[in-house]
Design a protein around this ligand. Structure first.
Ligand code: IDP
Ligand code: MG
Length: 140
C-alpha cells in the first residue's frame, strides 16, 4: 500500500472540551505521523471553500456556525493507506452509527458536533491538504 497524506481536523466541540491531546494521541496510536499542524479559528469564507460540496444543503448554515464557533486543530497526517485508514479510525458521521472504539463513538456529541474531520478520498485529501497547508505539504 502507498504512503499517503490526508487532512484531519479536530473540530470546535472537541477543542472546547480540551480533547486535542487525547485525539492526536489516538491517531498516533493508529500509526499516523503528524507532518503539519496549525491551531486556528476558521473564517466563514474558509468554511465555504472547504465544504463547497455541502453549500446549499439544509445543515450547511449550522455547519458553518459550528466550525467557526471556536478554534480547530488542522493536521496533515501521513501513513500507509492514510486516507481510507483514517476514515475507518474516525467512524461514521453520526456517532450513534459509529463503530465501537472509533473517535466519533468515543468523543462526538451529535451528527453535527462530531469532533473530527477526515478527507473522504485521495482526490479530496489532495485538495484539502493543499487548501490549508499548500502544495509542498503533499510531497513525502
Ligand atoms: P463526514 O464529515 O463524515 O465526511 P459529511 O457528510 O461530509 O460527513 O458532512 C460534513 C459535516 O457536516 C459532518 O461531519 C457534520 O459535522 C456535518 N453534518 C453532516 N450531516 C449533518 C446533519 O444531518 N446534521 C447536522 N450536521 C451534519
Ligand atoms: Mg465529508
Amino acid at each position: 500500500m502507498a504512503i499517503e497524506r490526508t487532512l484531519f481536523i479536530v473540530k470546535p466541540d472537541a477543542t472546547t472540551r480540551n480533547l486535542v491531546g487525547k485525539i492526536i494521541a489516538h491517531v498516533e496510536g493508529e500509526g499516523f505521523k503528524l507532518v503539519e499542524a496549525r491551531y486556528t479559528r476558521l473564517t466563514r469564507e474558509q468554511c465555504n471553500e472547504f465544504y463547497a460540496e455541502h453549500v446549499g444543503k439544509g445543515f450547511f448554515p449550522e455547519l458553518v456556525d459550528f466550525m467557526t464557533s471556536a478554534p480547530v486543530m488542522l493536521c496533515c497526517l501521513e501513513r500507509e493507506g492514510a486516507v481510507a485508514k483514517l476514515r475507518e479510525v474516525i467512524g461514521a458521521t453520526d456517532p450513534a452509527a459509529a463503530a465501537e472504539g472509533t473517535i466519533r463513538k468515543l468523543f462526538a456529541e451529535s451528527k453535527g458536533r462530531n469532533s473530527v474531520h477526515a478527507s473522504d478520498s485521495v482526490p479530496s485529501a489532495e485538495r484539502e491538504v493543499k487548501l490549508f497547508f499548500g502544495v509542498a505539504a503533499l510531497s513525502h
